[in-house]
Design a binder for this molecule. Structure first.
Ligand SMILES: Cc1ncc(COP(=O)(O)O)c(C=O)c1O
Length: 311
């Protein structure tokens, strides 16, 4: 991976190689952590974090769902992130805040273990590849179902929960596909291993609802708004597996992947097997929003203040 110079750990800026934890860290054993994936873009107005406050609010809510009071306010984390990006000299980057139960208490009752908070930033290109973003990716429905609300909390972005995504990702990677699609516990379409999913059918954009165990993706919400602003109809409803195969177009959204067309599912080409017009129009409009080229979405970008020159 592309290392940066500094990582923020519990209020301090520490060199990348010194950002370490004890092997008896609670979160390492039991998955008791929550995190975010955020991106900052090099925009015409300077480096800007996309929907920063929304991501930090989701982090706070994920932590609360697992009974972890955040020792820093979202505003403190926001300024720490700004300073971290500036001190690392990055113009664009991926941002990974992590809140986890730390060292000092073992066993499943975690409430006496400390809560540690770290933020890392580094340069990270298109998660599913530049070619995937242009031509579309091949996906496969995984035999693993997405975690359900009866066992875990799909709305939380919690570290332990990602074992589910990891199993699906490994299975489909070994089978030769670029991404996994998980069904929910009822057998309806849920999402990718790290992305939300959209189907274009007869000119309407469909996407699974909150009740289908999805992660409430911030890219999902943003793309829904961009689509509606373009005059497109977006409907949140349950989607049957065969609707994927019969779709006119398919695409996925996520912070790491951005907006990626899907050209094939389970060896069925989606329509012509090439990204369709709705996907391409939305992708272009969304890229403009991410990169600060769309005035309409300017308030989605949190500008990183340029540090004052030292005297
Ligand atoms: C399981 C899962 N679903 C969906 C998403 C997309 O969410 P977002 O758009 O907020 O990055 C992610 C990525 O964070 C994810 O890990």
């Amino acid at each position: 991976m592309n290392q940066a110079e500094l990582i923020w750990m519990n209020g301090e800026f520490v060199p990348w190689d010194e950002a370490k934890v004890h092997v008896l860290t609670h979160g390492l054993h039991y998955g008791t952590g929550v995190f975010e994936g955020i991106r900052a873009y090099d925009t015409p107005r300077g480096t800007a974090v996309f929907r920063h406050q929304e991501h930090l609010e989701r982090l706070r809510r994920s932590a609360e769902l697992y009974y972890m009071p955040l020792p820093y306010t979202p505003e403190q984390l926001r300024s720490a992130t700004h300073e971290l990006i500036a001190r690392n000299g990055l113009r664009s980057c991926y941002i990974r805040p992590l809140v986890f139960r730390g060292y000092g208490q073992m066993g499943l009752f975690p409430l006496e273990a400390p809560i540690d908070v770290t933020i890392a930033v580094w340069e990270w290109g298109a998660y599913l590849g530049d070619e995937g973003k242009q031509k579309g990716i091949r996906a496969k429905v995984s035999s693993w179902r997405r975690i359900g609300p009866d066992a875990l909390i799909p709305h939380a972005k919690a570290t332990g929960q990602y074992l589910n995504s990891v199993l699906a990702k490994i299975e489909t990677h070994k089978a030769g596909y670029e991404e996994a699609i998980l069904l929910d516990g009822r057998g309806f379409v849920c999402e990718g291993s790290g992305e939300n999913l959209f189907v274009v059918s007869d000119g309407t954009i469909l996407t699974p609802p909150q009740s289908a165990s999805i992660l409430d993706g911030i890219s999902r919400r943003s793309v829904i708004q961009v689509a509606r602003d373009l005059g497109l109809e977006v409907v949140e409803r349950d989607i049957a597996r065969a609707e994927l195969y019969l779709a006119d177009e398919l695409f996925m959204t996520g912070t790491a992947a951005e907006l990626v067309p899907v050209r094939e599912v389970d060896d069925h080409a989606i329509a012509s097997g090439r990204p369709g017009p709705v996907t391409l129009a939305l992708q272009a409009a969304y890229e403009d929003a991410l990169h600060g080229r769309a005035e309409r979405y300017a308030d989605w970008l949190d500008l990183v203040p340029v540090p004052a020159p030292s005297t």
